[in-house]
Design a protein around this ligand. Structure first.
Ligand SMILES: Cc1cc2nc3c(=O)[nH]c(=O)nc-3n(C[C@H](O)[C@H](O)[C@H](O)COP(=O)(O)OP(=O)(O)OC[C@H]3O[C@@H](n4cnc5c(N)ncnc54)[C@H](O)[C@@H]3O)c2cc1C
Length: 480
Protein backbone atom coordinates (compact mmCIF):
# COMPACT_ATOMS: atom_id res chain seq x y z
CA UNK A 1 0.00 0.00 0.00
CA UNK A 2 1.48 3.31 -1.16
CA UNK A 3 4.68 4.89 0.09
CA UNK A 4 4.02 4.30 3.76
CA UNK A 5 2.41 6.08 6.69
CA UNK A 6 3.69 8.39 9.39
CA UNK A 7 1.71 6.28 11.83
CA UNK A 8 0.07 2.86 11.74
CA UNK A 9 -2.27 2.17 14.65
CA UNK A 10 -3.17 -1.45 15.37
CA UNK A 11 -6.46 -1.78 17.25
CA UNK A 12 -9.56 0.40 17.15
CA UNK A 13 -10.48 0.50 20.84
CA UNK A 14 -10.20 3.65 22.94
CA UNK A 15 -6.39 3.66 22.90
CA UNK A 16 -6.21 3.19 19.12
CA UNK A 17 -8.95 5.69 18.29
CA UNK A 18 -7.45 8.44 20.44
CA UNK A 19 -3.96 7.69 19.12
CA UNK A 20 -5.13 7.88 15.50
CA UNK A 21 -7.34 10.98 15.81
CA UNK A 22 -4.69 12.85 17.85
CA UNK A 23 -2.00 12.04 15.30
CA UNK A 24 -4.25 13.05 12.39
CA UNK A 25 -5.02 16.30 14.22
CA UNK A 26 -1.27 16.93 14.35
CA UNK A 27 -1.15 16.57 10.56
CA UNK A 28 0.25 13.04 10.32
CA UNK A 29 -0.73 10.52 7.64
CA UNK A 30 -2.39 7.85 9.78
CA UNK A 31 -4.04 4.50 9.18
CA UNK A 32 -5.90 2.52 11.83
CA UNK A 33 -6.33 -1.24 11.44
CA UNK A 34 -9.11 -3.01 13.35
CA UNK A 35 -9.76 -6.74 13.11
CA UNK A 36 -13.23 -6.72 14.61
CA UNK A 37 -15.39 -3.67 15.52
CA UNK A 38 -14.13 -0.17 16.22
CA UNK A 39 -15.01 0.97 19.73
CA UNK A 40 -13.24 -1.94 21.43
CA UNK A 41 -14.05 -3.49 24.78
CA UNK A 42 -15.28 -0.30 26.40
CA UNK A 43 -18.12 0.14 23.92
CA UNK A 44 -19.10 -3.46 23.19
CA UNK A 45 -18.36 -5.58 26.26
CA UNK A 46 -16.96 -3.33 29.01
CA UNK A 47 -17.83 0.05 30.46
CA UNK A 48 -20.85 0.89 28.32
CA UNK A 49 -22.89 -2.33 28.63
CA UNK A 50 -21.93 -2.85 32.28
CA UNK A 51 -22.99 0.67 33.28
CA UNK A 52 -26.19 0.37 31.23
CA UNK A 53 -26.95 -2.87 33.09
CA UNK A 54 -26.18 -1.16 36.42
CA UNK A 55 -28.59 1.67 35.54
CA UNK A 56 -31.43 -0.86 35.07
CA UNK A 57 -30.38 -2.64 38.26
CA UNK A 58 -30.41 0.64 40.19
CA UNK A 59 -33.99 1.29 39.07
CA UNK A 60 -35.00 -2.16 40.34
CA UNK A 61 -33.24 -1.48 43.63
CA UNK A 62 -34.97 1.87 44.12
CA UNK A 63 -38.38 0.26 43.69
CA UNK A 64 -37.45 -2.57 46.04
CA UNK A 65 -36.09 -0.15 48.67
CA UNK A 66 -38.83 2.48 48.69
CA UNK A 67 -38.00 5.67 50.55
CA UNK A 68 -39.07 7.91 53.42
CA UNK A 69 -42.86 7.46 53.51
CA UNK A 70 -42.74 5.53 50.23
CA UNK A 71 -43.49 1.83 50.55
CA UNK A 72 -41.14 -0.61 48.87
CA UNK A 73 -42.51 -2.84 46.13
CA UNK A 74 -41.17 -5.86 44.30
CA UNK A 75 -40.17 -4.57 40.85
CA UNK A 76 -41.45 -6.32 37.75
CA UNK A 77 -38.31 -6.95 35.72
CA UNK A 78 -38.31 -7.88 32.05
CA UNK A 79 -34.80 -9.09 31.44
CA UNK A 80 -35.23 -8.94 27.65
CA UNK A 81 -36.11 -5.24 27.95
CA UNK A 82 -33.04 -4.68 30.15
CA UNK A 83 -30.88 -6.20 27.40
CA UNK A 84 -32.67 -4.03 24.81
CA UNK A 85 -31.67 -1.00 26.90
CA UNK A 86 -28.04 -2.20 26.96
CA UNK A 87 -28.04 -2.61 23.17
CA UNK A 88 -29.75 0.75 22.64
CA UNK A 89 -27.11 2.55 24.72
CA UNK A 90 -24.33 0.91 22.71
CA UNK A 91 -26.06 1.85 19.44
CA UNK A 92 -26.43 5.46 20.60
CA UNK A 93 -22.70 5.80 21.43
CA UNK A 94 -21.30 3.66 18.59
CA UNK A 95 -21.26 6.36 15.84
CA UNK A 96 -18.67 8.32 17.85
CA UNK A 97 -16.23 5.41 17.46
CA UNK A 98 -17.17 4.32 13.93
CA UNK A 99 -14.94 4.07 10.85
CA UNK A 100 -16.90 7.04 9.45
CA UNK A 101 -16.02 9.13 12.50
CA UNK A 102 -12.37 8.12 12.06
CA UNK A 103 -12.39 9.09 8.38
CA UNK A 104 -14.05 12.40 9.26
CA UNK A 105 -11.16 13.03 11.65
CA UNK A 106 -8.66 12.42 8.83
CA UNK A 107 -7.73 8.82 9.68
CA UNK A 108 -7.62 6.11 6.99
CA UNK A 109 -9.29 2.90 8.08
CA UNK A 110 -8.54 -0.73 7.20
CA UNK A 111 -10.72 -3.59 8.40
CA UNK A 112 -8.46 -6.60 8.93
CA UNK A 113 -6.04 -8.37 11.23
CA UNK A 114 -2.64 -6.67 11.36
CA UNK A 115 0.60 -8.52 11.90
CA UNK A 116 4.16 -7.17 11.97
CA UNK A 117 6.43 -8.55 9.26
CA UNK A 118 9.50 -6.58 10.34
CA UNK A 119 10.56 -3.58 12.43
CA UNK A 120 8.95 -1.04 10.04
CA UNK A 121 6.13 -2.94 8.31
CA UNK A 122 2.87 -4.79 8.89
CA UNK A 123 0.78 -7.05 6.75
CA UNK A 124 -2.99 -6.74 6.60
CA UNK A 125 -5.41 -8.49 4.21
CA UNK A 126 -2.36 -9.65 2.23
CA UNK A 127 -1.04 -6.11 1.73
CA UNK A 128 2.23 -4.80 3.13
CA UNK A 129 2.07 -1.43 4.87
CA UNK A 130 5.23 0.47 5.78
CA UNK A 131 5.37 2.96 8.62
CA UNK A 132 7.65 5.51 10.25
CA UNK A 133 6.02 4.74 13.58
CA UNK A 134 3.41 2.30 14.83
CA UNK A 135 1.29 2.07 17.95
CA UNK A 136 0.16 -1.29 19.29
CA UNK A 137 -3.26 -0.80 20.90
CA UNK A 138 -4.65 -4.33 20.77
CA UNK A 139 -6.14 -4.38 24.28
CA UNK A 140 -6.71 -7.37 26.54
CA UNK A 141 -9.06 -10.34 26.86
CA UNK A 142 -10.53 -12.16 29.86
CA UNK A 143 -8.17 -14.81 31.25
CA UNK A 144 -9.58 -18.08 32.59
CA UNK A 145 -7.94 -19.26 35.81
CA UNK A 146 -6.37 -22.74 35.56
CA UNK A 147 -9.21 -24.49 37.39
CA UNK A 148 -9.70 -28.11 36.25
CA UNK A 149 -13.05 -28.54 34.49
CA UNK A 150 -13.80 -24.81 34.28
CA UNK A 151 -13.32 -24.50 30.52
CA UNK A 152 -15.69 -27.47 29.99
CA UNK A 153 -18.70 -25.99 31.78
CA UNK A 154 -18.95 -23.07 29.33
CA UNK A 155 -18.15 -20.24 31.71
CA UNK A 156 -19.32 -16.74 30.84
CA UNK A 157 -16.83 -13.89 30.66
CA UNK A 158 -17.22 -10.15 30.17
CA UNK A 159 -17.00 -10.95 26.42
CA UNK A 160 -19.89 -13.43 26.35
CA UNK A 161 -22.17 -12.50 29.24
CA UNK A 162 -23.93 -9.97 26.99
CA UNK A 163 -25.18 -12.82 24.78
CA UNK A 164 -27.31 -14.49 27.47
CA UNK A 165 -31.00 -14.32 26.68
CA UNK A 166 -32.35 -15.21 30.13
CA UNK A 167 -31.17 -14.22 33.59
CA UNK A 168 -29.45 -17.24 35.19
CA UNK A 169 -31.33 -18.03 38.42
CA UNK A 170 -28.13 -18.95 40.31
CA UNK A 171 -24.90 -17.33 39.18
CA UNK A 172 -21.40 -17.73 40.63
CA UNK A 173 -19.10 -14.81 39.95
CA UNK A 174 -15.43 -15.78 40.18
CA UNK A 175 -13.37 -12.75 41.16
CA UNK A 176 -14.25 -9.94 43.54
CA UNK A 177 -12.51 -7.19 41.58
CA UNK A 178 -14.29 -4.21 40.00
CA UNK A 179 -15.98 -6.19 37.18
CA UNK A 180 -17.05 -9.06 39.45
CA UNK A 181 -18.53 -6.72 42.06
CA UNK A 182 -20.31 -4.49 39.52
CA UNK A 183 -21.81 -7.36 37.51
CA UNK A 184 -22.57 -9.37 40.66
CA UNK A 185 -24.53 -6.49 42.20
CA UNK A 186 -26.28 -5.74 38.91
CA UNK A 187 -27.45 -9.33 38.33
CA UNK A 188 -28.47 -9.69 41.98
CA UNK A 189 -30.62 -6.57 41.80
CA UNK A 190 -32.18 -7.89 38.59
CA UNK A 191 -33.23 -11.02 40.47
CA UNK A 192 -30.41 -13.60 40.29
CA UNK A 193 -29.08 -15.52 43.26
CA UNK A 194 -25.42 -14.47 43.36
CA UNK A 195 -22.33 -15.83 45.03
CA UNK A 196 -19.09 -13.89 44.58
CA UNK A 197 -15.97 -15.99 45.16
CA UNK A 198 -12.72 -14.10 45.79
CA UNK A 199 -9.41 -15.76 46.56
CA UNK A 200 -7.88 -12.92 48.62
CA UNK A 201 -9.28 -11.97 52.00
CA UNK A 202 -11.40 -9.07 50.71
CA UNK A 203 -13.32 -7.65 47.76
CA UNK A 204 -11.55 -5.01 45.64
CA UNK A 205 -8.08 -5.90 46.97
CA UNK A 206 -6.52 -2.82 45.36
CA UNK A 207 -8.74 -0.41 47.33
CA UNK A 208 -8.49 0.87 50.91
CA UNK A 209 -9.56 -1.95 53.27
CA UNK A 210 -12.39 0.22 54.73
CA UNK A 211 -13.85 0.62 51.24
CA UNK A 212 -13.80 -3.15 50.70
CA UNK A 213 -15.51 -3.70 54.05
CA UNK A 214 -18.34 -1.25 53.30
CA UNK A 215 -18.97 -2.85 49.92
CA UNK A 216 -18.97 -6.38 51.38
CA UNK A 217 -21.54 -5.31 53.99
CA UNK A 218 -23.73 -3.66 51.35
CA UNK A 219 -23.60 -6.64 48.96
CA UNK A 220 -24.41 -9.04 51.79
CA UNK A 221 -27.34 -6.82 52.84
CA UNK A 222 -28.66 -7.11 49.29
CA UNK A 223 -28.61 -10.90 49.57
CA UNK A 224 -25.33 -11.65 47.77
CA UNK A 225 -23.18 -14.43 49.25
CA UNK A 226 -19.71 -12.93 49.50
CA UNK A 227 -17.08 -15.66 49.88
CA UNK A 228 -13.66 -14.12 50.34
CA UNK A 229 -10.51 -16.14 51.09
CA UNK A 230 -12.07 -18.84 48.92
CA UNK A 231 -10.47 -20.60 45.96
CA UNK A 232 -12.37 -22.67 43.43
CA UNK A 233 -10.49 -25.92 42.94
CA UNK A 234 -12.58 -27.58 40.25
CA UNK A 235 -15.77 -27.41 38.26
CA UNK A 236 -18.04 -30.27 37.18
CA UNK A 237 -21.30 -30.56 35.28
CA UNK A 238 -22.30 -28.66 32.20
CA UNK A 239 -23.57 -25.22 31.21
CA UNK A 240 -26.86 -24.73 33.06
CA UNK A 241 -26.04 -27.20 35.83
CA UNK A 242 -22.64 -26.76 37.37
CA UNK A 243 -21.03 -27.60 40.69
CA UNK A 244 -18.01 -25.64 41.85
CA UNK A 245 -15.81 -27.15 44.51
CA UNK A 246 -13.87 -24.65 46.58
CA UNK A 247 -11.82 -24.27 49.72
CA UNK A 248 -12.65 -21.40 52.03
CA UNK A 249 -11.76 -20.20 55.52
CA UNK A 250 -14.10 -22.85 57.00
CA UNK A 251 -12.87 -25.73 54.83
CA UNK A 252 -14.16 -27.25 51.60
CA UNK A 253 -17.49 -26.23 50.14
CA UNK A 254 -19.51 -26.88 47.05
CA UNK A 255 -21.67 -24.44 45.13
CA UNK A 256 -24.47 -25.58 42.82
CA UNK A 257 -25.17 -22.92 40.18
CA UNK A 258 -26.75 -22.47 36.74
CA UNK A 259 -23.94 -20.35 35.33
CA UNK A 260 -20.44 -19.16 36.17
CA UNK A 261 -19.13 -15.72 35.28
CA UNK A 262 -15.34 -15.52 35.32
CA UNK A 263 -13.94 -12.10 36.23
CA UNK A 264 -10.58 -13.06 37.67
CA UNK A 265 -8.25 -11.10 35.44
CA UNK A 266 -7.16 -10.22 31.93
CA UNK A 267 -4.37 -11.09 29.52
CA UNK A 268 -2.76 -9.03 26.75
CA UNK A 269 -4.17 -9.52 23.22
CA UNK A 270 -0.95 -10.27 21.34
CA UNK A 271 -1.69 -13.53 19.50
CA UNK A 272 -0.58 -13.66 15.87
CA UNK A 273 0.70 -10.08 16.02
CA UNK A 274 4.28 -10.81 14.91
CA UNK A 275 5.76 -8.77 17.77
CA UNK A 276 8.94 -10.84 17.75
CA UNK A 277 9.48 -10.02 14.04
CA UNK A 278 9.21 -6.35 14.99
CA UNK A 279 11.62 -6.65 17.94
CA UNK A 280 8.90 -5.75 20.46
CA UNK A 281 9.49 -7.46 23.78
CA UNK A 282 6.84 -8.71 26.23
CA UNK A 283 7.16 -8.70 30.02
CA UNK A 284 6.87 -11.91 32.04
CA UNK A 285 3.07 -11.51 32.26
CA UNK A 286 2.82 -11.30 28.46
CA UNK A 287 2.15 -7.54 28.24
CA UNK A 288 4.03 -5.28 25.82
CA UNK A 289 6.94 -3.71 27.70
CA UNK A 290 6.96 0.09 27.53
CA UNK A 291 8.89 2.90 29.18
CA UNK A 292 7.30 6.03 30.68
CA UNK A 293 6.96 7.47 27.19
CA UNK A 294 5.14 4.32 26.06
CA UNK A 295 8.01 3.34 23.76
CA UNK A 296 8.54 -0.41 23.25
CA UNK A 297 11.89 -2.14 22.77
CA UNK A 298 11.60 -1.09 19.08
CA UNK A 299 12.16 2.70 19.04
CA UNK A 300 9.71 3.06 16.12
CA UNK A 301 6.90 1.31 17.93
CA UNK A 302 4.83 2.54 20.87
CA UNK A 303 2.06 0.77 22.77
CA UNK A 304 -1.04 2.17 24.45
CA UNK A 305 -3.96 0.97 26.57
CA UNK A 306 -4.61 -2.39 28.20
CA UNK A 307 -1.94 -4.19 26.14
CA UNK A 308 0.77 -2.37 28.14
CA UNK A 309 -0.38 -3.93 31.43
CA UNK A 310 -0.97 -0.46 32.94
CA UNK A 311 -4.19 0.28 34.84
CA UNK A 312 -6.92 -1.24 32.63
CA UNK A 313 -9.32 1.71 32.30
CA UNK A 314 -10.72 3.57 29.34
CA UNK A 315 -9.49 6.98 30.51
CA UNK A 316 -5.99 5.52 30.94
CA UNK A 317 -6.20 4.05 27.40
CA UNK A 318 -7.27 7.50 26.15
CA UNK A 319 -4.40 9.36 27.82
CA UNK A 320 -1.98 6.69 26.60
CA UNK A 321 -3.32 7.27 23.09
CA UNK A 322 -2.77 10.99 23.30
CA UNK A 323 0.77 10.56 24.65
CA UNK A 324 1.74 7.82 22.18
CA UNK A 325 0.48 9.92 19.25
CA UNK A 326 2.37 13.09 20.10
CA UNK A 327 5.50 11.18 21.11
CA UNK A 328 5.47 9.25 17.80
CA UNK A 329 4.51 12.11 15.49
CA UNK A 330 6.26 15.10 17.12
CA UNK A 331 8.91 14.25 19.71
CA UNK A 332 9.10 11.67 22.50
CA UNK A 333 8.67 14.22 25.29
CA UNK A 334 5.52 13.24 27.15
CA UNK A 335 5.44 10.61 29.89
CA UNK A 336 2.72 8.85 31.85
CA UNK A 337 2.49 8.68 35.63
CA UNK A 338 0.13 5.88 36.65
CA UNK A 339 0.42 6.94 40.29
CA UNK A 340 -1.86 9.90 39.55
CA UNK A 341 -4.69 8.02 37.83
CA UNK A 342 -8.26 8.07 39.11
CA UNK A 343 -10.62 5.12 38.76
CA UNK A 344 -14.06 4.15 39.93
CA UNK A 345 -15.85 0.92 40.71
CA UNK A 346 -19.45 1.70 39.80
CA UNK A 347 -21.10 -0.41 42.46
CA UNK A 348 -23.63 1.16 44.81
CA UNK A 349 -22.04 2.83 46.70
CA UNK A 350 -19.48 3.91 44.13
CA UNK A 351 -15.86 3.48 45.14
CA UNK A 352 -13.70 6.19 43.63
CA UNK A 353 -9.97 6.35 43.98
CA UNK A 354 -7.10 8.49 42.77
CA UNK A 355 -3.34 8.18 43.22
CA UNK A 356 -1.81 6.24 46.10
CA UNK A 357 -3.57 4.35 48.86
CA UNK A 358 -2.56 5.19 52.44
CA UNK A 359 -0.37 2.07 52.65
CA UNK A 360 1.44 2.77 49.37
CA UNK A 361 1.98 6.39 50.42
CA UNK A 362 3.46 5.26 53.76
CA UNK A 363 5.70 2.72 52.00
CA UNK A 364 7.03 5.56 49.85
CA UNK A 365 7.02 8.62 52.14
CA UNK A 366 7.23 7.06 55.61
CA UNK A 367 5.63 8.33 58.80
CA UNK A 368 5.24 11.93 57.62
CA UNK A 369 2.22 10.87 55.56
CA UNK A 370 -0.99 12.41 56.90
CA UNK A 371 -4.58 11.35 56.38
CA UNK A 372 -7.60 13.66 56.43
CA UNK A 373 -10.95 11.96 56.41
CA UNK A 374 -14.63 12.41 57.02
CA UNK A 375 -17.05 9.61 57.86
CA UNK A 376 -20.24 10.33 55.96
CA UNK A 377 -22.36 9.80 59.06
CA UNK A 378 -21.21 13.39 59.75
CA UNK A 379 -22.11 14.67 56.27
CA UNK A 380 -25.50 16.41 56.02
CA UNK A 381 -26.18 15.29 52.42
CA UNK A 382 -25.54 11.66 53.43
CA UNK A 383 -27.90 11.99 56.41
CA UNK A 384 -30.57 13.55 54.17
CA UNK A 385 -30.25 10.67 51.68
CA UNK A 386 -30.11 8.03 54.42
CA UNK A 387 -26.84 6.75 52.98
CA UNK A 388 -24.21 7.33 55.67
CA UNK A 389 -21.99 4.24 55.36
CA UNK A 390 -19.30 5.86 53.20
CA UNK A 391 -16.31 8.10 53.80
CA UNK A 392 -13.95 10.55 52.14
CA UNK A 393 -10.26 10.03 52.80
CA UNK A 394 -7.37 12.10 51.48
CA UNK A 395 -3.73 11.03 51.81
CA UNK A 396 -1.11 13.81 52.02
CA UNK A 397 2.65 13.89 51.76
CA UNK A 398 4.61 15.50 54.63
CA UNK A 399 4.13 18.91 52.98
CA UNK A 400 0.36 18.57 52.77
CA UNK A 401 0.27 17.81 49.04
CA UNK A 402 -2.36 15.32 47.91
CA UNK A 403 -0.95 11.88 47.03
CA UNK A 404 -4.21 10.03 46.80
CA UNK A 405 -7.82 9.81 47.88
CA UNK A 406 -10.67 7.35 48.26
CA UNK A 407 -14.35 8.17 48.39
CA UNK A 408 -17.17 5.73 49.06
CA UNK A 409 -20.50 7.36 48.28
CA UNK A 410 -23.39 7.09 45.81
CA UNK A 411 -21.85 9.90 43.70
CA UNK A 412 -18.17 9.23 44.47
CA UNK A 413 -17.27 9.15 40.74
CA UNK A 414 -18.27 12.81 40.43
CA UNK A 415 -16.64 13.78 43.73
CA UNK A 416 -13.18 12.38 43.06
CA UNK A 417 -12.36 14.72 40.18
CA UNK A 418 -11.44 17.78 42.22
CA UNK A 419 -9.04 15.64 44.23
CA UNK A 420 -7.66 14.25 40.95
CA UNK A 421 -6.86 17.85 39.99
CA UNK A 422 -4.87 18.29 43.20
CA UNK A 423 -3.06 14.97 42.68
CA UNK A 424 -2.26 15.82 39.06
CA UNK A 425 -0.88 19.22 40.06
CA UNK A 426 0.76 18.01 43.27
CA UNK A 427 -1.19 20.75 45.10
CA UNK A 428 -1.94 21.01 48.78
CA UNK A 429 -5.33 19.96 50.09
CA UNK A 430 -5.62 23.05 52.27
CA UNK A 431 -5.69 25.25 49.15
CA UNK A 432 -9.20 23.90 48.53
CA UNK A 433 -10.42 25.33 51.85
CA UNK A 434 -10.87 28.75 50.23
CA UNK A 435 -13.03 27.32 47.42
CA UNK A 436 -16.64 27.54 48.58
CA UNK A 437 -18.60 24.30 48.06
CA UNK A 438 -22.42 24.45 47.90
CA UNK A 439 -24.49 23.18 50.83
CA UNK A 440 -25.76 20.48 51.21
CA UNK A 441 -23.80 18.61 48.52
CA UNK A 442 -21.82 15.38 48.63
CA UNK A 443 -18.75 17.42 47.67
CA UNK A 444 -18.92 19.18 51.04
CA UNK A 445 -17.17 16.05 52.35
CA UNK A 446 -14.11 16.93 50.27
CA UNK A 447 -14.31 20.55 51.42
CA UNK A 448 -14.49 19.44 55.05
CA UNK A 449 -11.24 17.48 54.73
CA UNK A 450 -9.60 20.61 53.26
CA UNK A 451 -10.90 22.81 56.07
CA UNK A 452 -9.72 20.27 58.66
CA UNK A 453 -6.27 20.30 57.08
CA UNK A 454 -6.20 24.06 56.98
CA UNK A 455 -7.17 24.25 60.67
CA UNK A 456 -4.49 21.69 61.53
CA UNK A 457 -1.88 23.80 59.71
CA UNK A 458 -3.01 26.91 61.62
CA UNK A 459 -2.61 25.03 64.88
CA UNK A 460 1.06 24.26 64.11
CA UNK A 461 4.05 26.62 64.24
CA UNK A 462 4.84 28.94 62.53
CA UNK A 463 1.18 29.69 61.65
CA UNK A 464 0.22 29.26 65.33
CA UNK A 465 2.75 31.91 66.40
CA UNK A 466 1.38 34.27 63.76
CA UNK A 467 -2.18 33.73 64.99
CA UNK A 468 -1.13 34.31 68.63
CA UNK A 469 0.74 37.46 67.70
CA UNK A 470 -2.17 38.94 65.74
CA UNK A 471 -4.61 38.10 68.54
CA UNK A 472 -2.42 39.79 71.17
CA UNK A 473 -1.93 42.81 68.95
CA UNK A 474 -5.69 43.06 68.39
CA UNK A 475 -6.41 42.85 72.12
CA UNK A 476 -3.77 45.46 72.90
CA UNK A 477 -4.97 47.90 70.24
CA UNK A 478 -8.71 47.33 71.01
CA UNK A 479 -8.13 48.28 74.67
CA UNK A 480 -7.46 51.88 73.85
C1 LIG B 1 -16.88 -5.58 32.25
C2 LIG B 1 -15.92 -4.43 32.11
C3 LIG B 1 -16.26 -3.18 32.59
C4 LIG B 1 -15.39 -2.11 32.45
N1 LIG B 1 -15.77 -0.90 32.96
C5 LIG B 1 -14.92 0.15 32.87
C6 LIG B 1 -15.30 1.42 33.38
O1 LIG B 1 -16.39 1.59 33.93
N2 LIG B 1 -14.43 2.45 33.25
C7 LIG B 1 -13.20 2.28 32.66
O2 LIG B 1 -12.46 3.26 32.58
N3 LIG B 1 -12.82 1.09 32.16
C8 LIG B 1 -13.65 0.02 32.25
N4 LIG B 1 -13.27 -1.19 31.72
C9 LIG B 1 -11.94 -1.32 31.08
C10 LIG B 1 -11.95 -0.80 29.64
O3 LIG B 1 -12.97 -1.43 28.92
C11 LIG B 1 -10.58 -1.06 28.99
O4 LIG B 1 -9.56 -0.57 29.80
C12 LIG B 1 -10.48 -0.39 27.62
O5 LIG B 1 -11.51 -0.85 26.77
C13 LIG B 1 -9.11 -0.67 26.98
O6 LIG B 1 -9.05 -0.08 25.71
P1 LIG B 1 -7.92 -0.52 24.65
O7 LIG B 1 -8.06 0.42 23.52
O8 LIG B 1 -6.61 -0.66 25.33
O9 LIG B 1 -8.31 -2.00 24.20
P2 LIG B 1 -9.62 -2.59 23.50
O10 LIG B 1 -10.82 -1.80 23.79
O11 LIG B 1 -9.65 -4.04 23.88
O12 LIG B 1 -9.35 -2.45 21.94
C14 LIG B 1 -8.40 -3.23 21.28
C15 LIG B 1 -8.86 -3.46 19.85
O13 LIG B 1 -7.78 -4.02 19.11
C16 LIG B 1 -8.31 -4.93 18.17
N5 LIG B 1 -7.23 -5.83 17.76
C17 LIG B 1 -6.55 -6.72 18.53
N6 LIG B 1 -5.59 -7.34 17.82
C18 LIG B 1 -5.65 -6.82 16.57
C19 LIG B 1 -4.88 -7.03 15.38
N7 LIG B 1 -3.86 -7.90 15.36
N8 LIG B 1 -5.21 -6.33 14.27
C20 LIG B 1 -6.23 -5.43 14.30
N9 LIG B 1 -6.97 -5.19 15.39
C21 LIG B 1 -6.67 -5.87 16.52
C22 LIG B 1 -9.43 -5.61 18.94
O14 LIG B 1 -10.37 -6.20 18.04
C23 LIG B 1 -10.01 -4.44 19.73
O15 LIG B 1 -11.09 -3.82 19.06
C24 LIG B 1 -14.14 -2.28 31.82
C25 LIG B 1 -13.79 -3.55 31.30
C26 LIG B 1 -14.67 -4.61 31.44
C27 LIG B 1 -14.27 -5.95 30.89
Amino acid sequence: VGEGYDLVVIGGGTAGIITATTAAGLGARVVLVEADRTGGDCLWTGCVPSKALLAAAAAAHRTRSGGPGVSPAEPKIEFAAVLDHVRAVIARIEPEDSPDALRAAGVEFIHGHARFTGPRAIQVNGDHVRFRHAVVATGSTPALPPVPGLADIGPLTSDTVWNVTALPARLAVLGGGPSGCELGQAFARLGADIVIVEATDRLLPREEPQASAILATRLAAEGIQVRTGTTVTHATGEPGDTTLTATGPDGPLSLAVDAVLVATGRQARTTDLGLDQAGVRLDDRGYVMVDRRLRTSNPHIYAAGDVTGGPAFTHVAAVHGSIAASNAVLAPLRGIDHDRMPWVTFTDPEIAHVGLTEQRARDRYGDGVQVRSLAHRRLDRAIIEGDTAGFTQVVLDPKGRVLGATIVAPRAAEMITELAVLVARRDRLRGLASVVHPYPSWSQAVWTTAITDSAAALARPPARWGVQLLRRFRRATDRG
